[in-house]
Design a protein around this ligand. Structure first.
Ligand SMILES: C[S@@+](CC[C@H](N)C(=O)[O-])C[C@H]1O[C@@H](n2cnc3c(N)ncnc32)[C@H](O)[C@@H]1O
Length: 237
C-alpha cells in the first residue's frame, strides 16, 4: 500500500501557534519534507516543527523549489520534487510537507498537492495560522470590521496592477512579500489619498527580530515582512 501526503501549515513562527491537529499529524507521519529555495538552506517551517515536537526518530528530507524568475526552471524543479515524494509514498510511508503559515496562502504545497493527486496518491491539507492574522492580532488591529472587505496581494514581481485595484476597491489590504518594495507601496498608497499612517508593518512575527510599527522607507526589512493597509482607523461606528 502506498503512503499518504499531508500538506501542513505550521503557523507564522511561534511554535505554540502550530495547531493541535498539525502536531498530531506530524507526530504520526514517517517522513517530514520541507521546501527550500537553495540546497542546504535553513527552513523556518522545519525549525518551528523542531521546537514544537521531537522529530529525532523521523526521516527528514529537503525538497528543492527554486524561486528562479524563469517559470520553466521552477516547473522542472517542482516535477523533480514531486517524483521524490512519489518515490517515498511508493515505499508505503506517510509524508508531511510543511509550509510556513497557512497552506493556502502563497504556498508551493498546493501545486504539489495537485500533481501528487493526479498521480493517484491520497493527500490531505491541514491549515495553519496565516502570518497576517498573527501579525494583526499582535498589532491589535482588526483586519476588517463591520461590513468592511479585505484584499490580500503580493508585491512580488510586476504585481502593481493587483495592488492598485486592491487599494482602490477595498477598505483593508494585506500586502505580502513587501520587504523590498516599501517605497513603491507608499507611492501607490499616496496615489489613493493615503499616507504612512494608514500602514502597519508586521515583520518576522513570532520570530527573532519581530517588528510591528509604522512604514519606514529608510529601514531595511527582511523577507518575512507584510504590510497591513487600512483606509479607516478600524473602529466600529
Ligand atoms: C511565500 S509567502 C508565505 C505565506 C504563508 N503561507 C502565510 O500563510 O503567511 C511569504 C510571505 O509571507 C509573509 N510572512 C510569512 N511569515 C511571516 C512572518 N512571520 N511575519 C510577517 N510576515 C510573514 C511575508 O509577506 C512573506 O514575504
Amino acid at each position: 500500500m502506498t503512503g499518504k501526503l499531508y500538506g501542513i501549515g505550521v503557523g507564522p513562527g511561534d511554535p505554540e501557534l502550530l495547531t493541535v491537529k498539525a502536531k498530531g499529524m506530524l507526530e504520526s507521519v514517517d517522513v517530514i519534507a520541507y521546501p527550500v529555495n537553495r540546497r542546504g538552506e535553513e527552513s523556518t517551517a522545519l525549525e518551528i516543527v523542531r521546537e514544537a515536537l521531537d522529530i529525532s526518530g523521523k526521516r527528514v528530507t529537503e525538497l528543492l523549489f527554486s524561486m528562479d524568475p524563469d517559470d520553466s526552471v521552477r516547473r522542472i524543479c517542482r516535477s523533480v520534487a514531486v517524483k521524490e515524494l512519489a518515490g517515498i509514498l511508493d515505499e508505503g510511508l506517510d509524508v508531511a510537507m510543511v509550509t510556513l503559515g497557512d497552506v493556502g496562502v502563497y504556498s508551493t504545497y498546493m501545486y504539489v498537492d495537485k500533481e501528487i493527486k493526479e498521480l493517484g496518491y491520497e493527500t490531505e491539507v491541514v491549515p495553519g495560522i496565516p502570518s497576517f492574522c498573527s501579525g494583526a492580532a499582535k498589532a491589535r488591529i482588526p483586519l476588517m470590521i463591520g461590513d468592511e472587505g479585505l484584499a490580500v496581494v503580493s508585491m512580488a514581481k510586476n504585481n502593481e496592477g493587483s495592488l492598485e485595484s486592491a487599494l482602490s476597491g477595498f477598505d483593508n489590504v494585506v500586502v505580502m512579500k513587501a520587504w523590498n518594495s516599501m517605497g513603491a507601496l507608499l507611492e501607490s498608497m499616496e496615489r489613493h489619498g493615503m499616507g504612512k499612517n494608514n500602514a502597519t508593518v508586521i515583520s518576522n512575527i513570532g520570530m527573532e527580530g519581530e517588528y510591528i510599527g509604522p512604514l519606514d522607507t529608510e529601514r531595511k526589512y527582511g523577507y518575512f515582512t507584510t504590510v497591513i493597509v487600512k483606509k479607516g482607523n478600524g473602529e466600529v461606528e
